[in-house]
Design a protein around this ligand. Structure first.
Ligand code: UDP
Ligand code: MN
Length: 308
């Protein structure tokens, strides 16, 4: 009897130890999950051609116009590292320049993102001077149209995706990208810190857009910021002549594209019926570099080989 009890105890001990060991091993598995979520792991996605998404997600084509200035690399670094956190993104970066620059090419090559690097120079007549107020002329228009042209040339109705026009100086929560992914035609949401308001955005009743919260040129057909909408790739591809109008009146650039694609009633409100702000129209202060001249005169200027 004593022997039997001892055996039962022994079996109990072995089984519970094995259970404990198994549980510990399962805990260890978490490392793999974290590893999969690591942005650096996105590398494999570059090997997949993102023509329907590595996991069959619609691809988000993020179109960004960009131009050379002292803080360009800082802006692009911030945006590229936000995009690393989003699965199945294809970044179409379009430089406002006569040719592709090394600074941007290097940044993209090291970004671990799926990307396309384009360039087109804004015609001189349309280009802003340093002294111009920032609202004088539309910015990034030729560049966005160049990206649209690339999509028409390189994507077809077999490709599932959505196109988002993301300027390089805004601030994006990763949440906004998942909001837009399954856009049927045009999805919309509010944008923070724009139009002289805390936010501008669509007003929604019964799941439909019925108006807009805006204080400026309220008669605009689509009084929304560029960062406040995304267009399905198939809708764009089925409208080969649709572009941004470089001559659009100030504030009407977004309307010049959307007007030929969709009606206000067809807009798809996202971000909890347009009540959540997941993107901000931030603007970066122009860096003050006047000490550069001072040191230059003393022949002690900053090393031009150091890329900033
Ligand atoms: N941009 C450009 N060329 C220019 C000025 C701006 O390509 O000469 C780009 C800029 O990098 C940004 C977008 O166009 O991605 C919108 O410009 P900006 O942010 O200055 O416009 P705002 O926010 O004042 O409307
Ligand atoms: Mn901006």
């Amino acid at each position: 009897m004593r022997l039997k009890l001892r055996n039962i105890f022994l079996v109990y001990f072995v089984v519970s130890s094995a259970g404990l060991l198994y549980a510990l091993l399962q805990l260890g598995q978490q490392c793999d999950c974290i590893h999969q979520m690591n942005p650096a792991n996105n590398v494999h996605r570059r090997d997949n051609s993102l023509r329907g998404g590595a996991e069959n997600l619609p691809v988000i084509y993020v179109v960004t116009p960009t131009y050379a200035r002292p803080h360009q690399r800082a802006e692009l670094t911030r945006l590229s590292q936000t995009l690393l956190l989003v699965p199945d993104v294809h970044w179409i970066l379009v430089e406002d320049s006569a040719e592709r620059t090394t600074l941007v090419a290097d940044l993209l090559a090291q970004s671990k993102l799926q990307y396309t690097h384009l360039h087109v120079q804004t015609p001189l007549a349309m280009k802003m001077k340093d002294s111009d107020p920032n609202w004088l002329k539309p910015r990034g228009v030729e560049q966005r149209n160049k990206a649209l042209h690339w999509l028409h040339e390189n994507r077809s109705s077999r490709d599932h995706g959505v196109v988002y026009f993301a300027d390089d100086d805004n601030t994006y929560s990763i949440k906004i990208f998942e909001e837009m992914r399954y856009t049927q035609k045009v999805s919309v949401w509010p944008v923070g810190l724009v139009g002289g308001l805390r936010y501008e955005g669509p007003l929604v009743t019964g799941g439909k857009v019925v108006g807009f919260h805006t204080a400026w040129k309220t008669h605009r057909p689509f009084p929304m910021d560029m960062a406040g909408f995304a267009v399905s790739l198939s809708l764009l591809l089925s409208h080969p002549n649709t572009q941004f109008d470089p001559n659009a009146e100030r504030g009407f650039l977004e309307s010049s594209l959307l007007g030929s694609l969709v009606t206000v009633g067809e807009l798809e409100p996202k971000a909890n019926n347009c009540t959540k702000i997941w993107v901000w129209h931030t603007r970066t202060e122009k860096p003050k570099l006047k000490q550069e001249d001072l040191l230059e005169k003393q022949r002690k200027g900053s090393d031009p080989k150091i890329v900033v």
